[in-house]
Design a protein around this ligand. Structure first.
Ligand code: NAD
Length: 485
């Protein structure tokens, strides 16, 4: 499914028209291609007084080949430039166009432009200290290149030594989410809470997350709060193949998001076991032939499905390092009109089958230490949705599965996370009526729907052996959708 409006806007003629009429202006997003540099320009790295992450982050970025600058980095915009929310915010896409037109150069004559602004805010211990973030970001508000990144690093409020520190650290969320809505041109903004407990191992535990968030892999992820803990993180020999040697199961892999997950994980070095219903056998075969994986034709709701799947994994591979629970269905009706079959089938495919499969894989010890479990939820599971009580219940249940399993499996080095896609261009969303479809596409900070590959790249990051310190997270891949914000 293509977004004709976005294609039109990204053409020369479309751009001029959209600018004149003040219409939404979906930017062309920077997406990952193997071998790409992490960023389109240098990183400006700042830190609040007393921060604990500046040095490890500088070391990670330098090792990744990034040009790291410290200090204020550019001259502040000249007095009198229009810096109002009306000029920068989504209410005035024309304001964003202007900056896109000059390549994102800072207003007022400053010359430095950055691929990313990264700020270590762990030294902020009370609300007055937040002024340091204003001082850092204010002069740079127009200095970030298109599809650049803003990352703020903080300490989880629950770990803070005083209520004042916890208050200030919690406040960081409002700043990053607002930057995600203000900067435009495909720039994304995230807050990463890094546990103090992991300080000794910070360079390794944080590296995977920084690499993902800075790169084009995170094109459609914005306004997120990611928690980095202490799990074991194995650095890959080659960051272009972060899943080398891993055996990965992807359910619902014949099309849409699941097929994209299979492709991306295979590109990143994994041996992919792709599963789908027998009626999707031809499409599934096409995917596995393309990526050199193996196919399992199985209806997940069948009574013997977990055992048959476990047998296949045991016989062929002896284990499964990563399980991606992606298969899902919708059977929409408002609750009063919903028959029990619609309720039962959605809950069974989207949630109960995942539990049954997990149980058998644990029992047969097929998921080794350091394993990864990634489930696909939805923003409907966070916000709820009219006509989707069954679907939203199942997808909220997936979040419950993450919340309950992540702590239980931490001792075995197994991470459990979910992604919650927003509007993604697939057959599922192509069936949505036009007006609702257009609203779904535009009501987010990036003014466009995501692509299956955007969800796949996010799942890939959570699956990496290097991401062991990321567990218990639900990461939305929604372009910072207004739904459930
Ligand atoms: P899709 O319908 O294109 O693909 C789903 C795949 O799952 C299909 O290949 C289907 O055959 C398979 N499947 C369904 N029931 C199965 C069963 N019983 N056993 C085995 N395989 C089965 O959907 P999609 O858009 O690619 O969605 C993938 C996942 O992402 C789903 O969990 C969906 O709920 C979720 N999601 C999608 C969006 C979106 O915008 N497309 C948004 C939020 C969440």
């Amino acid at each position: 499914m293509t977004d004709r409006y976005a294609s039109f806007v990204q053409s020369g003629a479309g751009r001029a028209l959209v600018k004149r009429l003040g219409l939404p202006d979906p930017p062309r997003l920077r997406r990952h291609t193997p071998g790409d540099p992490l960023l389109p320009g240098p990183v400006l790295l700042g830190a609040a007084t007393g921060g604990r992450l500046g040095d490890p982050v500088a070391a990670i970025l330098t090792a990744a080949g990034v040009d790291v600058r410290t200090g204020t980095g550019t001259t502040p915009p000249a007095a009198g430039h229009d810096d109002s929310a009306a000029a920068d915010g989504p209410a005035d896409p024309g304001g964003r166009n202007e900056r896109a037109g000059n390549g994102g150069a800072p207003a007022g004559g400053g010359t430095a432009r950055f691929g990313a602004l990264v700020y270590d805010a762990t030294g902020v211990t009370d609300s007055t200290g937040l002024r340091q973030l204003y001082d850092f970001f204010h002069p740079q508000a127009r200095a970030v290149l298109p599809s650049g990144r803003v990352i703020v690093l903080g300490t989880p409020p629950a770990e803070c030594g005083s209520p004042r520190e916890a208050t200030a650290q919690r406040a960081l969320e409002g700043l990053t989410r607002s930057i995600g809505k203000e900067f435009g041109r495909g720039v994304t903004a995230q807050l990463v809470y890094v546990t103090r407990a992991g300080d000794a191992g910070t360079p390794t535990s944080l590296e995977a997350t920084l690499r993902f968030l800075l790169s084009g892999r995170s094109a459609y992820v914005s306004g997120q709060v990611v928690r980095v803990g202490t799990g074991p993180a194995a650095v890959p020999a080659d960051w272009n193949r972060p899943l080398a040697g891993q055996v990965v199961l992807v359910t619902g892999a014949a099309r849409g998001i699941g097929a994209a997950v299979a492709r991306v994980l295979a590109r990143d070095g994994a041996q992919v076991v792709a599963l789908d219903v027998p009626s999707a056998g031809d499409a599934l075969a096409a995917v596995v032939n393309e990526i050199g994986g193996t196919a399992v034709q199985l209806d997940l709701t069948g009574p013997d499905a977990p055992t048959r799947l476990a047998d296949h994994l045991a016989d062929r591979h002896g284990r499964v390092d990563v399980v991606v629970h992606n298969a899902g269905i919708t059977r929409d009706r408002t609750l009063g009109r919903m028959d029990a079959d619609r309720w039962d089938s959605v809950l069974d495919v989207n949630l109960s089958s995942q539990e049954r499969i997990n149980d058998v894989l644990w029992e047969r010890e097929l998921i080794p230490e350091g394993g990864r479990l990634v489930a696909v939820s939805s923003i409907a599971g966070i916000a709820g949705n009219r006509g989707q009580t069954n679907y939203a219940t199942s997808k909220a249940g997936v979040i419950g599965l993450v919340d309950s399993l992540a702590p239980a499996l931490a001792g075995r080095g197994i991470s459990v996370n979910a992604v919650a896609p927003g509007f993604i261009e697939t057959r599922l969303t192509a069936r949505v009526p036009l007006v609702i479809r257009e609203a779904g596409r535009r009501m987010n900070s990036l003014a466009q729907g995501g692509l299956p590959v955007d969800v796949a790249e996010t799942i890939g990051w959570l699956a990496w052996p290097a991401s062991g310190a990321v567990s218990g997270n639900v990461v939305r891949v929604c372009g910072q959708s207004l739904l459930g914000a």
